[in-house]
Design a protein around this ligand. Structure first.
Ligand code: TK8
Length: 350
């Protein structure tokens, strides 16, 4: 009798222990399935965010704003480590690092990004955007957002656009006021075929180069000149190795706020929403800071001794006509549908 009682107690005890065990696994599987959609769920995550420009540039100030928002909104569950001045690499190599999952965020210009998704070269069409307001409307509108979705096939998530700005020519040889003045100038361009062919059409001798190599190349005379917004020319101290600046305003360069798709897909829905909202909010501030900077720094470049040449409407029109064959040639390479949609969006925004 006693033996039967003891057996029953043992069986009952085993049943109770098994039920407790299941309860633990159910509660843990509830967590591990990501059932907790809160922004601060799970183990701490770290975002390595690298850019090519230095820590004085509005791009870095925008990145610090992104960091502030993300760490606040996730209660520290996601930390952002920020790197500038090409510490983690150049636009292309950092974009490749995101594809590999060894870095989580970078913010390249669209020109090198066109090597990953060719449609982005639409923004390299010279003289495409008339001003920043139209650029904002097109980039933040349907066609700009649709382009960002094309990045997913490249293991990248494009969260939003920030602003690099209207690009202006500098060089160490001569004042550039007209098409003829481009003749033979060794101009560094971003790593983008449309940029190369456009400067060849103007008579220059272009060389594609990562931004991280630019200052040394200018200092050593490997190239005579380059083109970037005034804020970059000033804050990267290119006035130390360049004599002349012209307001060519030949291209409006967007930045794309990129995140590694493998990292993004591992976030909860709440965390993904925080990433997007933080990139957009920080981007709005970055655009404002960038515009103020570009206004201010043209005068600063002249104060540092650079000779400023204003391009007349007539000479700019000649530049537009000179690069038109290149634009026609690239419409097919970029994708006729994308080019037509962007031109239509620009017309609608004016
Ligand atoms: C910085 C670059 C730079 C771009 C260039 O990472 O390469 O000239 O304008 O700002 O994206």
């Amino acid at each position: 009798m006693k033996k039967i009682f003891m057996t029953l107690c043992f069986v009952l005890l085993m049943g109770v222990l098994a039920a407790c065990g299941n309860a633990d696994s159910e509660s843990s599987s509830g967590d591990s399935d990501g059932g907790d959609e809160s922004a601060s769920s799970g183990e701490e995550k770290v975002i390595k965010a690298g850019i090519g420009l230095n820590d004085d540039h509005p791009q870095y100030k925008g990145l610090l704003k992104f960091k502030e928002i993300v760490e606040e909104e996730t209660d520290g569950a996601i930390k952002v480590e920020t790197y500038h001045s090409g510490q983690l690499g150049d636009d292309r190599s950092m974009t490749e690092a995101l594809q590999l999952g060894s870095q989580e965020v970078t913010i390249p210009s669209t020109a090198p990004l066109a090597n990953f998704v060719s449609d982005f070269s639409v923004f390299d069409i010279p003289f495409l955007f008339p001003d920043e307001q139209v650029a904002d409307e097109v980039l933040d509108g349907e066609v700009g957002q649709e382009l960002l979705t094309k990045l997913e096939d490249q293991d990248l998530v494009g969260l939003t656009y920030w602003e690099n700005g209207f690009r202006d020519l500098t060089n160490s040889k001569r004042a550039v006021a007209s098409v003829d003045d481009f003749d033979g100038l060794k101009i560094r361009t971003m790593e983008n075929d449309l940029h190369l062919d456009a400067f060849k059409a103007l008579g220059a001798n272009p060389t594609p180069m990562a931004f991280t190599e630019l200052f040394t190349a200018l200092q050593q005379g490997t190239v005579d000149g380059q083109e970037n917004p005034y804020a970059t020319i000033y804050l990267e101290k290119l006035y130390e190795v360049q004599e002349h600046v012209s307001d060519t305003h030949h291209i409006y360069s967007p930045f794309v706020f990129l995140m590694s798709k493998s990292f993004y897909d591992g976030l909860t829905e709440d965390q993904q929403t925080i990433m997007k909202d933080a990139a957009v909010e920080a981007g709005q501030e970055q655009r404002e800071m960038n515009r103020e900077a570009n206004e201010e720094y043209l005068q600063s470049l002249q104060d540092e001794g650079m000779e400023y040449t204003e391009i007349s409407d007539e000479d700019r029109e000649e530049m537009v006509e000179t690069v038109q064959p290149v634009i026609e040639d690239y419409k097919e390479k970029i994708g006729e549908e994308t080019v037509d949609k962007v031109y239509q969006a620009i017309e609608d925004a004016q």
